[in-house]
Design a protein around this ligand. Sequence first.
Ligand code: C5P
Length: 403
Amino acid sequence: MNTLAGKHIVLGLSGGIAAFKSAELCRALVKAGVTVQVVMTEAAEQFMTAVTMQALSGRPVYTSQWDTREANNMAHINLSREADAIVVAPASADFMAKLLHGRADELLSLVCLARPIEQVPLIVAPAMNREMWANPATQRNVAQLKADGIHVLDVGQGDQACGETGDGRMLEAEEILEDLVAFFAPKTMASQHVLVTAGPTYEAIDPVRGITNLSSGKMGFAIARAARMAGAQVTLVAGPVHLPTPRGVQRMDVRSARQMLDAVQSQVDKASVLVATAAVADWRPDTQADQKIKKDGSGQTPSLKFVENPDILATVAQSARAQSGALFCVGFAAESHDLLAHATAKRLRKGVPLLVGNIGPATFGQDDNALLLVDDAGARELPHASKQALAEQLIADIARRLK
Ligand code: C5P
C-alpha cells in the first residue's frame, strides 16, 4: 500500500544534527510519489543547506516569513493551506517548546500555527540529546503536544552525535516513511488486537540437529504489517526466520511448536483476531538428546520416533472466547493440489470461520502469492499479487467480517 502517492507534504526542518536524515527522508517521499515542499528554520540552515533540499525536493525551499515570492506575501497561509500534512523532522526540543506555546516568530512555526487543524495534521519527529529528551520539561511538552492533537513520532535509541548513548535520536528516514504510510492508511482495524503466528517451527533432535520446513514467514509478517497499518495492536509470534520486525509490531520469537503454543496462549486473551500463518511442524522427535548423537562407525543409524505436536489453531479455536465470537480465528492451508476441497475440509476440521488456502510449494520463500478465502458461504479468490498486497486485502476482508 502506498498511501503517500499524490500527497502534498510540507517537510519542515528545525535545527539539529539529525537534519542530514531529512535529506534522505525527502528523497524517499519524492520516490513514493509525494510532492514535498521544504521549509527550514534559520537553525536548520546551520546543518543542511537549502540548495541540497531544493535539489532533492525539486522545489524552491522556504526559509523566511518575509519571502517576497508569494504574491500576497503570506507564505505561512499559502503553504499550510496546500498541504495534506506537515511533517517536522527533525523537531528540536526548542521547536517543540515553541509549538507548545503557539509561538510563531519564524516561518516554520507560523506555518504550523496557521494550519487548519481539522484538515492538516502535524506530525513531528523529535531529535535531541538523551538528557534533553529525558528532561521533565521535554516530556511535559511531548505529552501536551499529543493532547493538542499533534502526532509525535517515537524517538530512536542508540549512539548519539554528541558521543552519548540513549533515547532521543531521530528515527531513520525509512522508519519515518513507514510511520507516514501507516498514518494515512484507513484505520479499519482500530481497537482490534491481532495475534499472528508466522514462519516454521524447529523441532530439535539433539543440540545441533532438528526438523524444520521451508516456510519463510513472509506472508505472516506481511499480515502483521498490514494489520498495524490498519490501526490494530499487533503481536507477532515468529518461528525461526530472518525477517525484520514490522514497525509498531510486538514480536515474540519462538523455536518449537510447544513454545509457539505457550506464546500464543500468553497473548490470546487480549486478542480479538488470530491469524495462524505459521507452518507448524506436525510431529517432533519423542525425545531430545542432551548431547550430539554421534556416528560410531558401525554403520548403524539412529531410529527416531515421533509424537504429534499440539494443534495451536485448533486448540485456540475451541476456546470459549473463539466459540462466543469474541475471538475471530483465521487459519491457513498450504496445499499442493485440490486447493478448494482441501481448504474447505480443513476449515471444518479446525473449526474456524475463515480459512485461507494457498499452494505451498509455489509460495514458500516467494514475495508473491495467490489466496483462496473459504468461509461457510463459499470461496473467494484473491488473485496473484505481492504478499503485502494480499495481506492488505485479507486484513480489509477480516475487518468487514468483524463489523
Ligand atoms: O493441519 P495443517 O498444518 O495443514 O493446518 C494449517 C493451519 O493450522 C495453519 O493455520 C497453521 O498455522 C495451523 N496449525 C497450527 N498448529 C499445528 C498445525 C497447524 O496452528 N500444529
